[in-house]
Design a protein around this ligand. Structure first.
Ligand SMILES: Cc1ncc(COP(=O)(O)O)c(C=O)c1O
Length: 465
């Protein structure tokens, strides 16, 4: 089967990203464009259109219009996902050899930017739930204790990255965290890939967007948490701690010379869709419906985990002795396609279209899952074996560029990793280049491998001694 024929495959219900739900919730402006003669709209960088970094043209106009509306200094569209703009943001914050503070659950794109630019991550650990196997939001006290453990004398720390919300929808109160960073004159980049819509939809008891919490850079994935096409993203710039010219140079460094005109139009249309007051009423309705779905399923005794993002339905499969990967296979075979299987849970993304038949289908398949799947009483997660504050023993960039060879993970004790082990989704690395592989890390990854086929019998590239 060709890729293009697979793209027309029907599923009973698509509860994955992109959040436009297979076109149903695409912005109207984009739908009418796509109805025109196929390919007609695929234009190069003509002077009238320009590009995200041009100082004239329709893209520049749209970016200026939108950043004014949202009250930020600037914004730039991106066509290489949130990944690409996060990487540009990082490069605008730090020079080679400098340090950035970041949580252990950063996206793999951050690690790749560090490898590329020889930036050194200082990872901080997060509180962890044994019930769900998820990292917990960051409290002010936790964050303060991280800062108390930083070595400002010997390490040139130049910025902080925060991830908010997490993949499953957990969200921290960012105000005090960003304030602490700013007290140290450190700029903050917030990876808000999963929370774009928080910015446009206030008063619904949603988390406050990082843009409103004074973050210096905020990156949104417009296909994960708004209704744009896959690969579309935007970066918002505020404050004085990051120079605009550095940001522009860094975007330029990584950007294609031929950004896709359809994707750029999608960036504009999806954001403008949410700036339109009439539409906001429609989206607010969707969000309230999502909250009701959660309530209704809970009333039916389905074990769901509450997070701060109503569009994420997190099923606690471990509550009935089933791991999230087995549950995912079952739902997939029956046409209900989820977004994120993990050891203890399975997360569904409701997206922005109407999900009126969801409760019925979900309950039916849940009941079937209970009947047809064998249960295990020993389902237990292991807390990730990270220290509170920790950098790789060798700089990531150096390890990444070193000569390596491949061995089974189980035989890699004491070696230095030249590799990233990273199941996707969620794209959070379990080990990064430059880290010494110790027994705790091997045991932990092996526990995860019992359920995650990607990790089973995993090999790792390690440095020669
Ligand atoms: C927290 C987080 N940040 C960034 C990204 C990258 O987003 P994109 O797929 O738009 O490049 C992801 C993707 O999974 C993510 O989960």
């Amino acid at each position: 089967m060709s890729i293009s024929s697979f793209l027309t495959k029907n599923f009973l219900k698509s509860l994955f990203f992109p959040a436009h739900n297979r076109g149903e919730a695409l912005p109207k402006g984009l739908i009418s464009l796509l109805k025109k003669q196929p390919g007609f709209w695929d234009l190069p960088e003509l002077p009238e259109i320009g590009s995200p970094l041009a100082s004239s043209g329709l893209i520049n106009d749209a970016q200026i219009y939108i950043s004014k509306k949202v009250n930020t200094k600037k914004c730039f569209f991106g066509v290489n996902g949130a990944s690409g703009l996060i990487q540009s943001g990082i490069i605008s914050m730090a020079n080679p050899g400098e340090y950035i503070l970041m949580p252990r659950n950063v996206h793999i794109s951050v690690i790749k930017a560090c490898a590329l630019q020889n930036i050194i991550p200082i990872f901080f650990d997060l509180e962890f739930s044994n019930e769900t196997g998820h990292y917990m939001p960051i409290t002010k006290d936790w964050f303060k204790s991280i800062f108390n453990n930083l070595d400002f004398e010997n390490k040139k720390i130049v910025g902080v990255i925060l991830v908010n919300p997490y993949y499953q929808g957990y969200s921290s109160d960012l105000d005090p965290l960003i304030k602490i960073c700013h007290q140290y004159d450190l700029p903050v980049l917030v990876d808000e890939a999963h929370g774009s819509y928080f910015l446009f939809c206030e008063n619904l008891d949603l988390p406050k967007s990082a843009v409103r919490s004074n973050a210096d850079l905020v990156v949104h994935s417009l296909h994960k948490s708004l209704n744009g096409l896959t690969q579309t993203a935007v970066i918002w710039h505020n404050g004085e701690l990051i120079e605009e010219i550095n940001l522009i140079k860094s975007i330029n460094l990584l950007q294609t010379t031929s950004p896709n005109s359809l994707l750029l139009a999608s960036c504009e249309e999806s954001i403008k869709d949410w700036l339109n007051k009439d539409n906001i009423e429609k989206y607010k309705k969707r969000i309230l419906e999502a909250k009701n779905i959660f309530k209704e399923l809970k009333n039916r005794n389905i074990p769901l985990i509450k997070t701060q993002d109503p569009l994420k339905i997190v099923l606690n499969t471990s509550a009935v002795g089933i791991d999230g990967f087995t549950a995912d296979n079952f739902f997939y075979k029956n046409g209900l396609i989820a977004e994120l299987p993990e050891m203890m849970t399975l997360t569904f993304s409701l997206g922005f279209s109407n999900q009126k038949d969801f409760i019925f289908l979900f309950q039916k398949l849940w009941e079937d899952l209970l009947i047809y799947t064998s249960k295990s009483s020993g389902l237990k997660v292991k807390k990730p074996p990270y220290r509170l504050v920790q950098s790789p023993q060798m700089p990531i960039g150096v390890a990444w560029r070193s000569k390596t060879y491949s061995i089974p993970l189980s035989e890699s004790l004491g070696k230095i990793s030249g590799d990233i082990i990273c199941p996707y989704p969620p794209g959070i690395p379990l080990i990064v280049p430059g880290e010494i592989i110790d027994k705790e890390r091997i045991d932990w990854i092996e526990t995860q491998s019992l359920f995650n086929k990607d990790l089973l019998n995993s090999y790792i590239r390690v440095l020669y001694n």
